[in-house]
Write a protein that binds this ligand. Structure first.
Ligand SMILES: O=P(O)(O)OC[C@H]1O[C@@H](O)[C@H](O)[C@@H](O)[C@@H]1O
Length: 271
């Protein structure tokens, strides 16, 4: 395990190479040996700019959105998607267990978190990196939260991507929150923000020339499918033009129902 920049570590293992940010306890890159990165991350200059600021999350990998999803319900001045993704977590354990490398991060309530959320909590993120990668988020708290593991999957060409296993119905956040019947196979050709309200546990993201990425979700009440596309009016400033073609977010989320002590987890494998 080597530090590649302040707060970012790289792990080279016979089965994979991975990059992890201690800020946000965020897996940024996961390259199974002989394959391509499963995760998309914005360009290094945007990562560095985020790390240089105190409250700017890194766009890419698997950000942990917590303890609220999207805008804060009452405070429009509070950060989108909560604070967990820009806090400095503590790396408390790192061990090669042969089959996989395990990392454990902790974050506890403190003055900086109580500013945003008036509840005590103890959160743990466990990453298991081997043939597949998994991120498990666990929290003990009496506070009610929503959140997501906001996975940015790398794709070769978003126009060719086919997704299965999202769910039968979704709320279309870009069309008046209307509830719609989903096609068996979802494709992408415009800005998309679809919350699948009866989510499946296994999602497959297929690309004709690059196989299938399989995501196994746990602890979720919904799955958010998001792509900013281009010129969508809300395209993030921390992405290059054209980046939208190389990523799609499939988010293991808990938006419809709050949780107290609980968990969210996703495991991703290239098939
Ligand atoms: O720019 P952020 O805060 O990382 O959010 C990115 C997107 O995340 C998605 O989950 C939301 O549905 C979108 O509304 C949002 O734009």
């Amino acid at each position: 395990m080597v530090q590649v920049s302040p707060g970012v570590i790289e792990i080279k293992h016979p089965r994979f190479t991975a990059r992890v940010s201690v800020r946000g306890a965020q897996l940024l890159s996961f390259i199974p040996t002989g394959l391509r990165d499963l995760l998309w991350c914005t360009a290094p200059e945007f990562v560095d700019a985020a790390l240089a600021k105190g409250n700017k999350p890194i766009r890419g990998g698997i950000p942990i959105c917590w303890p609220w999803f999207a805008a804060h319900p009452e405070r429009s001045d509070f950060p989108s998607h909560g604070f967990a993704r820009f806090m400095d977590w503590k790396l408390v354990h790192s061990e090669d267990l042969g089959e996989y490398h395990q990392l454990v991060f902790k974050l506890r309530s403190c003055a900086a978190t109580l500013v945003y959320w008036p509840h005590e909590f103890a959160a743990t993120v466990i990453m298991k990196l081997g043939v597949s990668c998994s991120v498990q988020f666990h929290v003990k708290t009496q506070g009610e939260w929503t959140g997501a593991l906001h996975t940015y999957l790398a794709v070769d060409d978003i126009y060719k991507v086919e997704l299965e296993g999202l769910g039968d119905r979704y709320q279309d956040n870009l069309d008046g929150l209307v509830l719609k019947q989903a096609d068996e196979v979802a494709t992408l050709n415009r800005a998309t923000e679809q919350m699948y309200v009866e989510p499946e546990n296994v999602t497959r993201v297929k690309e004709p020339d690059f196989g299938t990425k399989e995501l196994c979700h746990e602890g979720h009440t919904d799955i958010m499918l998001w792509t900013p596309w281009e010129n969508a009016g809300n395209s993030p400033a921390d992405m290059h033009a054209g980046d939208y073609k190389r990523m799609v977010c499939v988010e293991t989320s808990r938006i419809q129902a709050t949780q107290r002590t609980g968990m969210l987890s996703v495991r991703i494998e290239q098939r």
